[in-house]
Write a protein that binds this ligand. Structure first.
Ligand code: UD1
Ligand code: CA
Length: 455
């Protein structure tokens, strides 16, 4: 038996007013359609087909690392027509197809698993998710007879009686694949919107005597995002859910309403997060860390017992017991060791910094490989760019770089060497040497007095 998923993502999403296809808008840092794809996978549906249409190339590009297949719906003639466009994907398969929409990112894997299990256990032709809400305006209504689902009627096609029904179609279903394929052939577009409605399949199957199941679900899980306002609502709900999960795992979040953690971020136990932190993408934070206020950390791996304050860390690694900030900027492809100090107004770019090295203040290190146990004085600059090309600087272990030093790349500073403050280093410094590269100081005796007597 096949178990697979279809995700509808061909619609235009007019109300979001964007050049970007609606399903690529992000909620907690991840595209809505990718939330849905990932949820399908967690629910055990490995084979996922995405129906694309409006902005198809962008949607393909935005989902390219998700290992899904695609069906193309060139013209958007309705949700039933969209599913018809996946005929090639469906034909020859037997079993269950779960159909979800790319603009409803809050559905949970537990609910998806539940609906599939119910569908199989009850031997249904179709099983749908529904919600009960106070204001059902705009949604398809679930019409029941003797408590059994008879059909779905779209809002625009409802009569007065049907408009009063407050059980709505979530737009999420399981179908028997063969029954779905045969019913799709019977759809007509004779309705208020002139569209081929997927929802009509329910009435068709019912009239053929097939079993229709329905699972009432929290409305919060089924919310579809049609506008920026709804995008922000979804963001808030997911944010709360993510923060709650981390708190339940033993992480302290001092002000959850002001803490923004991406859907895929991992955090170790006993880490404390102050307000204003934004943790994005594929970020991992270790145990016992303290994230003081206002940092942005994206796609980075942070070790255990690290302290970070008011800094930006992108696509990098930071080792155990290191401290970063305030006001440090660690740019992509940096690898910071253990027990390192990256202090205020320090920028590190595409560099390796060895264990126990201290870069305490006002320093730029770019395209460099720095060993362990070094000390960078205040105001050191690695001069990595000659106006055309970037060059590499290598600093060995236990080097002491005096304040206000320029290291003009390419240059190598060997182990256990010293550089005098204010030096501009253009030649390699051998092991154990002191390098001084600055003009000698001259003191001119009586100069001040002479100057004032001239007046
Ligand atoms: C749909 C349901 C409605 C349900 C509601 C839940 C139908 C006819 N109606 O209405 O019963 O209450 O969802 O949110 O299914 N899409 C395509 N191709 C198309 C048309 C739509 O891929 O030709 C996609 C859209 O991108 C979207 C999804 O299908 O992701 C739903 O389409 P939408 O137009 O938003 O349907 P609703 O009017 O909301
Ligand atoms: Ca919708």
């Amino acid at each position: 038996m096949n178990k697979c998923a279809l995700i509808l993502a061909a619609g235009q999403g007019k109300r979001i007013k964007s050049n970007l296809p609606k399903v690529l808008h992000k909620v907690c840092g991840k595209e809505m359609v990718n939330h849905v794809i990932d949820t399908m996978r967690v629910a055990g549906l490995d084979e996922v087909n995405v129906i694309v249409g409006k902005g198809a190339d962008l949607v393909r590009e935005g989902t390219k690392d998700r290992n899904v297949s695609y069906s193309l719906q060139e013209e958007q003639l309705g949700t039933g027509h969209a599913v018809k466009c996946a005929k090639e994907f469906l034909s020859g398969k037997k079993g269950v197809i779960a159909i979800f929409t790319g603009d409803a990112p809050l559905i949970t894997a537990d609910t998806v698993k539940d609906v599939i299990e119910t569908h199989i256990k009850e031997n249904n032709g179709a099983t749908l998710l529904t919600s009960i809400i106070d204001n059902p305006t705009g949604y398809g209504r679930i019409i029941r007879k003797d408590n059994q689902v008879e059909k779905i009627v779209e809002h625009k096609d409802c009569n007065e009686q049907e408009l009063k029904v407050n059980e709505i179609n979530a737009g999420m279903y399981c179908f028997d694949i063969e029954l779905l394929l045969s019913s799709l052939e019977k759809l007509s577009n004779n309705n208020a919107q002139g569209e081929y409605y997927l929802t009509d399949v329910i009435g068709i199957l019912k009239s053929e005597g097939k079993k229709i199941g329905a699972m009432v679900t929290e409305f919060e899980e089924t919310i579809g995002v049609n506008s920026r306002v709804e995008l922000a609502i979804a963001e808030n709900i997911l944010k709360e859910r993510i923060n709650k999960k981390h708190m339940e795992n033993g992480i302290t979040i001092i002000d959850p309403s002001n803490t923004y953690i991406g859907a895929d971020v991992e955090i170790g136990q006993d880490t404390i997060i102050y307000p204003g932190n934004i943790l994005e993408g594929n970020t991992k934070i270790g145990e016992n860390c303290v994230l003081y206020p206002n940092s942005r950390i994206a796609n980075s791996t942070i070790g255990n017992e690290v302290e970070i304050q008011s800094s930006v860390i992108l696509d990098s690694q930071v080792g155990d017991e290191t401290t970063v900030g305030p006001f440090a900027y660690i740019r992509p492809e940096s690898n910071i060791g253990k027990k390192v100090r990256i202090g205020d107004f320090v920028e590190i770019k595409k560099s390796t910094i060895g264990d126990d090295t201290k870069v305490s203040h006002l320093t730029y290190i770019g395209d460099a490989k720095v060993g362990s146990g070094c000390n960078f004085g205040c105001g050191t600059v690695v001069v990595n760019y000659d106006g055309k090309n970037k060059h590499k600087t290598i600093v060995g272990n236990n080097a002491f770089i005096g304040c206000n030093t320029n290291l003009v790349s390419p240059v190598e500073v060997k182990d256990n060497s010293y550089i005098a403050a204010g030096s501009t280093i253009t030649k390699d410094v051998p092991e154990g040497n002191l390098a001084i590269a600055r003009a000698k100081q001259t003191n001119i005796e009586g100069w001040v007095e002479k100057k004032s007597s001239k007046k």
